[in-house]
Design a protein around this ligand. Sequence first.
Ligand code: FMN
Length: 232
Amino acid sequence: MQTEYIYIIMKIIAINGSPRKEGNSARLLQKWVDGFIYLHPETEVEWVNLYSLKYTGCRSRFACKRKEGKFYGQCPIKDDIHDLIEKVYDADAVAVAAPIYFGDLGAYTKAFLERALFSRTSYRLHHDSLAKKPVPVTMIYSMNCPREMAEEHHYPMVWEGEEWYIANAFRYPVKRVVAYNTYQFNNYDDYEMEMFKEEDKRRYRDEHFAADQEAAYYAGIDTAEHSEVNKM
Ligand SMILES: Cc1cc2nc3c(=O)[nH]c(=O)nc-3n(C[C@H](O)[C@H](O)[C@H](O)COP(=O)(O)O)c2cc1C
């Protein structure tokens, strides 16, 4: 008797919310992809650099909420993220890497999420999602400040708030990966940076960034396991 193997082809989307294509966000995001692929080598990966796209935040026209409207539950704006918004709800997993700017997610990430989330968030009594299936989302944050400063400035509260809406729209608990105290340049001496010492930054990076990347990698593996269960 012949044994039949069923291969599950996964589709994942990795979204880089940093203007830097090889910065901290991109490197952490790549590890998440690597972790996912470790479990599912046949995975189709779509990598998106948000800063290569032209789009706006929500225009508040409520077409996605209009009863029996043509765009009910969808974003009608036809710009560079129109198709991406549809694809993320169809994917087996999504990761979004957001650099932290002024204590919040960077503007490109924020505008993308605004559009993606509002189209699927209903104003029905229980605020439930219009997404057709659950999609696991991993949020990856990286920032210049150390953990204590981030906590003092309530960054985790910002992430919790954002993740509540993401989990609600995507119908799945959000996974979080965080990298603090990131190394920003190769040449600190060329910039006005009295607040930071290059050697301290470098030492912290050398001692911690590998662990942050590992956390992203394991989040990828863990997501792959969950996506597999979702697909069965
Ligand atoms: C406009 C701007 C604002 C920033 N604001 C903050 C901030 O409020 N807190 C912080 O910890 N880091 C802040 N940073 C630093 C970045 O979050 C940090 O360098 C991050 O790791 C960059 O990710 P990337 O390497 O993927 O671009 C800011 C950077 C920029 C360019």
